[in-house]
Design a protein around this ligand. Structure first.
Ligand code: KG4
Ligand code: ZN
Length: 363
């Protein structure tokens, strides 16, 4: 069965994984992720140049660790897969150059993977609870990709090893759902990236405490819009006498607890913001399920790790729901290798001169 090394450096995670084709779909023999979050936190967001420089330092040790954990060497590989687009161009270039060098030196093909295709393939990695039942009976499959950069609904018509035949049904007109989590969390003075902190903070809060807007409520509208939420949260903070953090603040200033909600009030903000985002996602998912007659739902990308989202999806959706394990929700090389291994099987690879000419693309 084919085996490949996969590399992902599109944003602030430096990751490498070893994947093997299995009779069902694909198995991850290792999935090493070095997150740069600590490096970017003091800037309140990802600084592209800092990201590229760190990828350059980390990519070799991360690749070595992925091979070691899988118990294989370079010569045991049949191909190298890498995220080619979309992402931060300097960050992508580190992964693409590394993958090209390894593939060329080994005289093996290179597989250039689209990051979004990678997220969509995260539910097909073997051994994940729940995903083991995903099969032809779930086609067509509705896929909801919710990350820091995207909020897209797709209709998937085919299963791997075929191409998914994914048709994009809708996207966000402005901010992505993860971006909405991160930006509103920042206004509350929570650390970057805010999604997971908002999720935690919401646990002791009342989701009905503050009525934040849920945009584009049309009965058949599958599009998303989250940019208004930032303004609504900032306005509510000001109305209560607080100073939204980061608005007009110069770099390096720490959030001042005296100027921001604390305790139960903070928890209520977190729970109400999370509810507005998650209920909007759910409403659009229900519309898309109705419009397409999909027989299953896959929810992928960083925001699919959200606990309230998972809780509501388990009770409010009538079709079987599939989530990746947490390690495959946020950016990781295993999902890139999962998409890549099926591309390899279909012969969608780069060799020789084509391999040497392979580039990275920001969009
Ligand atoms: O898929 P991902 O790692 O990167 C992109 O491709 O964008 O997603 C990162 C996003 C961030 O916005 C982060 O705040 C969000 O996923 N996220 C969460 C949670 N964990 C990660 N959002 C809400 N609740 C979570 N538990
Ligand atoms: Zn991603």
């Amino acid at each position: 069965m084919p085996r490949l090394l996969a590399i992902e450096t599109s944003c602030d995670e430096c990751s490498a994984a070893v994947l093997e084709r299995t009779p069902r779909f694909v198995a991850a023999r290792s999935n090493v992720i070095f997150s740069q979050i600590d490096l970017h936190r003091r800037f309140g967001g990802v600084v592209p140049e800092v990201a590229s420089r760190n990828h350059l330092e980390m990519v070799t040790p991360v690749v070595e660790e992925a091979l070691e954990k899988a118990g294989v060497g370079f010569n045991d590989l049949d191909a190298v897969a890498v995220t080619q687009r979309p992402g931060l161009i300097g960050a992508l270039l580190v992964g693409v150059s590394t993958a090209k060098a390894i593939a060329y030196a080994l005289n093996k093909p290179l597989v250039g993977v689209n990051h979004l295709e990678g997220h969509l393939h995260s539910v097909f990695i073997d051994g994940q609870q729940g995903c083991e039942r995903l099969g032809p009976q779930n086609l067509p499959l509705l896929a909801c990709l919710v990350s820091g950069g995207h909020t897209n609904l797709y209709l998937i018509r085919e299963l791997p090893p075929r191409g998914l035949g994914a048709e994009k049904l809708s996207e966000s007109r402005d901010d992505a759902a993860g971006e909405a989590f991160d930006k509103t969390a920042k206004l509350l003075g929570l650390p970057y990236p805010g999604g997971v902190h908002l999720d935690r903070g919401a646990k002791s809060g009342n989701p009905a405490a503050i009525d934040f807007p849920r945009a584009l409520p049309g009965r058949k509208n599958m599009e998303f819009s989250f940019s208004g939420l930032k303004t609504a949260v900032a306005t509510e903070l000001k109305k209560r006498g607080f100073e939204p953090y980061g608005v007009g603040a110069s770099w390096g200033t720490q959030p001042d607890p005296a100027k921001l909600p604390q305790g139960k009030e903070l928890a209520d903000f977190c729970a109400s913001i999370q509810e507005a985002i998650v209920q909007t996602l759910l409403r659009k998912i229900r519309i898309a399920l109705g419009e397409t007659g999909a027989r299953g739902l896959a929810v992928v990308g960083g925001v699919s790790a959200n606990s309230r989202f998972r809780e509501l999806l388990a009770t409010d959706v009538k079709v079987p729901v599939f989530f990746p394990d947490h390690q495959y929700c946020t950016d990781n090389a295993a999902m890139i290798g999962a998409a890549g291994i099926f591309m390899l099987e279909r012969g969608e690879v780069l060799k020789g001169a084509e391999l040497l000419a392979a580039n990275a693309f920001s969009s």
